[in-house]
Design a protein around this ligand. Structure first.
Ligand code: SF4
Length: 195
């Protein structure tokens, strides 16, 4: 029996429909992306459980340093902390500094690498090999997110519905924001406890 012809994806149909012009924007092709980044990103997903453990300790440490952040001033601490966060998470997760990190819910696979920037699961166009329909060379970040999340202790966190991205938080430090939020919650809880 002859093989059934492969159905074209919506992305390839869209690509064909685009008028050909002399101008081709640079730096948007999947093949132009840094393949090494995929490798590091995939390593992070494979080691999601270890990274989950490390991140929990790291968040505790940051929270314990809350009096110091307060003394320095969160505003003043932001610049150096953001510099480190951007480089560390950029290397490990290809972080796009959305400022509202959800890595602990997405198996250490950053959803901002999805070309459609979907925060709540994959679109309907994942290829049969698990790659993205828009960037055929790139593994779908949501397929990776599911794989990574299932190795983690908080394996059900991926089912939490995420809010739309708040664009006003872009290029801010998720580390400091999470710490300040946790500290405010602790202080509020302590102040309502009976003396
Ligand atoms: S979810 Fe946001 S902060 Fe976290 S790695 Fe992705 S872009 Fe960076």
């Amino acid at each position: 029996m002859a093989d059934e012809p492969t159905k074209p994806t919506q992305a390839s149909l869209n690509k064909k429909a685009v008028e050909k012009t002399a101008y081709k924007p640079a730096g948007v092709s999947a093949t132009g992306r840094n393949a090494r980044r995929f490798a590091v990103r995939l390593w992070a997903v494979r080691h999601s459980r270890g990274l989950e453990w490390f991140y929990a300790r790291f968040a505790d440490l940051f929270l314990r340093l809350h009096p110091m952040w307060k003394a320095i001033g969160y505003d003043r601490a932001e610049r150096p902390v953001k510099f480190i966060e951007k480089h560390v998470k950029g290397f490990l997760f290809d972080c796009r500094m959305c400022g509202q990190c959800v890595l602990s819910s997405t198996g250490m696979s950053c959803p901002m690498n999805c070309p459609k920037q979907l925060r709540n699961g994959p679109c309907g166009g994942v290829r049969a090999n698990g790659n993205c329909e828009v960037e055929p060379d790139m593994p779908c970040v949501w397929v990776q997110a599911w794989n990574g999340s299932q190795q983690m202790v908080a394996s059900q966190a991926i089912l939490t519905v995420q809010k739309p991205v708040d664009q006003s938080l872009r290029e801010t430090s998720a580390w400091l924001r999470t710490t300040a939020l946790a500290a405010a919650r602790t202080e509020a809880a302590n102040s309502t406890e009976p003396a």
